[in-house]
Design a protein around this ligand. Structure first.
Ligand SMILES: Nc1nc2c(ncn2[C@@H]2O[C@H](COP(=O)(O)OP(=O)(O)OP(=O)(O)O)[C@@H](O)[C@H]2O)c(=O)[nH]1
Ligand SMILES: [Mg+2]
Length: 278
């Protein structure tokens, strides 16, 4: 198990998807997109690597959702065999990442300088030298272009401890299909609805019905305030239609099925108290 940790928006989910070769985890330009640990599982030769994508670091968790997110990351740190700390090399490193590096200094730690496509080449070497005081194991990657990923994979393979495989060879992730589908719709909320709205929303798949190559899904988007419902619906329901269409198309592509998606928006001020992984 490889814990993929680091600041929000560093590109952790993009990296996990690229390394696992499947879209298991959602991605957006907004920080704190990932809310639960999501596994990206890959089997190569005689090795199985489980990349554990985690929520971005939260310095002072506020409210039940953020406490839940921070707790997940703490648990992952306890369980992992190896650690990847992902750093957005195009930005100043935040204090929380330095604290994390200090904590993991004596573990098997790979420091990943990510988004190198956005950094001038002459800056990379001094940057790598700087991080060597935490670990000599440094990778330079771009989840976007794929550069450096082959090195990450081959050096991880050499370092994986010997253990029985935890998942079947064809497993992609640990989350249920229903939850994966809910995450796809949540991603579209992050992409299509602006400002704070996506942080106040949660998606649940209520129904999953498969008939040959047709899949019918019903999902509920919970929001904690009626004004967010209005934003998500949009003028004459235009925004919710766009969200549904984008989510449906993406699911169709990944599942190779015709998907019919029905979305409903409900106001429930207490949804964040009931959040769980499933
Ligand atoms: N230029 C560039 N952009 C990237 C790269 N990797 C990710 N991004 C972009 O950075 C943003 C954040 O990516 P995510 O993968 O969601 O980041 P994350 O670390 O999982 O973020 P949280 O889940 O919010 O903690 C998205 O807009 C990505 O498209 C990269 O290598 N290069
Ligand atoms: Mg993420």
């Amino acid at each position: 198990m490889v814990a993929v940790l680091g600041q929000a928006n560093a590109g952790k989910s993009t990296l996990v998807n690229a390394l696992a070769g499947e879209k298991v985890s959602i991605v957006s330009a907004k920080p704190h997109t990932t809310r639960y640990d999501i596994y990206g599982i890959i089997c190569q030769d005689d090795a199985q690597i489980i990349f554990v994508d985690t929520p971005g670091l939260i310095e002072r968790p506020q409210g039940p959702l953020q406490s839940f997110m921070a707790k997940m990351t703490t648990r992952t740190v306890r369980e992992a065999d190896l650690f990847m700390v992902v750093i957005d090399a195009s930005r100043k490193i935040p204090e929380s990442t330095l604290t994390l590096l200090d904590r993991l200094k004596d573990k098997k730690l790979m420091i990943v300088l990510n988004k190198v496509d956005q950094v001038p080449k002459d800056k990379l070497l001094p940057m790598a030298q700087h991080y060597q005081s935490w670990s000599p194991w440094i990778a330079m990657t771009s989840g976007k272009t794929g550069s450096g990923l082959a090195f990450v994979m081959s050096s991880l393979m050499e370092q994986m401890p010997e253990a029985p495989w935890l998942f079947d060879e064809d497993a992609m992730t640990q989350i249920s299909q229903r939850m994966w589908a809910a995450e796809m719709t949540r991603e579209k909320l992050f992409q299509c609805v602006h400002q704070e709205v996506p942080y106040h929303a949660h998606v649940v798949t209520d129904e999953w019905k498969e008939k040959k190559r047709e899949l019918t899904l019903r999902q509920t988007i919970y929001v904690d305030d009626p004004r967010y419902k209005k934003w998500i619906l949009g003028y004459q329901g235009q925004r919710i239609r766009l969200i549904g269409e984008k989510s449906r198309m993406e699911m169709s592509e990944h599942l190779d099925k015709t998907v019919h998606l029905f979305l409903n928006v409900l106001v429930d001020p207490s949804w964040s108290n009931h959040i769980r992984t499933a």
